[in-house]
Design a protein around this ligand. Structure first.
Ligand code: HEM
Length: 211
């Protein structure tokens, strides 16, 4: 079932790119095509990052364990759209002018933080294979892949900083990210808190001396 469904999900993930391609082909990208491409690829990067981060909570809360099989694909699509987004910037926007790019990355803080978000995704994409999980060992691999949290945070800040007035859209993404990260903090802190509670209960129990 999953084997059959995976190619369908894969193709669905390519729809945003196909739509962009179709718009470009039919001359429907408007007066500022670079802006349209930058925005669409940026939007899909943050969406795929959040979809990837949503897999674990949904899987645990609904018991649909098979969802894990899609996490890597969604994560790689986040990287794919981030690469297209970055390429649009360095190629279509800056024409590979390294000097201007470095100046921009250093001077415009929303570009600095976006660039950080992108760089953080590179080791995750490179080590996404089963071979790398084996090579690094489960624990170390998992620790490395927590970089996705920081990449998503950087992505949301990047978006927040670049909008001029209406922050509703980045705020939506920030709220979703807060829930997804909040869930992880609760899962991590829950057992620690109940262990502490049990310990303090034990300690506060009055010892009754034996007669
Ligand atoms: C994790 C990495 C990144 C994420 C999640 C991300 C996300 C976004 C989003 C959501 C937008 C706004 C789209 C819209 O308005 O509909 C955007 C715009 C933009 N991003 Fe990124 N981005 C990332 C990395 C980068 C990088 C590495 C660069 C370039 C070095 C970059 C340059 C830009 C530019 C120039 C804009 C358009 C700004 C404007 O409209 O004035 N982004 N990005």
């Amino acid at each position: 079932m999953i084997r059959k469904f995976k190619p369908v999900v894969f193709l669905a993930c390519l729809i945003p790119l196909a739509l962009l391609g179709w718009k470009a082909y039919s001359g429907a990208l408007g007066a500022n095509p670079i802006e349209v491409i930058t925005h669409a690829t940026g939007d899909w990067t943050i969406r795929f990052l959040l979809i990837t981060l949503a897999i674990t909570p949904i899987r645990k809360l609904t018991g649909r364990l098979w969802l894990i099989r899609y996490r890597r694909m969604f994560g790689l699509f986040a990287f794919f759209y981030a690469t297209l987004h970055f390429l649009t910037y360095i190629w279509l926007d800056k024409f590979f002018d390294l000097h201007e790019m470095l100046h921009d990355i250093a001077k415009r803080k929303f570009i600095t933080v976006g660039f950080t978000g992108f760089v953080l995704l590179i080791p995750l994409a490179l080590t996404s294979t089963t071979g790398w999980i084996r090579r690094l060992g489960g624990k170390r691999w998992q620790a490395l892949h927590r970089l996705i949290y920081f990449s998503a945070i950087a992505g949301v800040i990047h978006y927040w900083w670049l909008v001029k007035a209406d922050i509703r859209e980045p705020l939506k993404y920030a709220a979703i990210l807060a829930v997804l990260l909040g869930y992880r903090i609760a899962v991590w802190a829950g057992p620690k808190m109940s262990a502490n509670k049990a310990k303090s209960l034990r300690e506060s129990r009055v010892e009754v001396p034996e007669a």
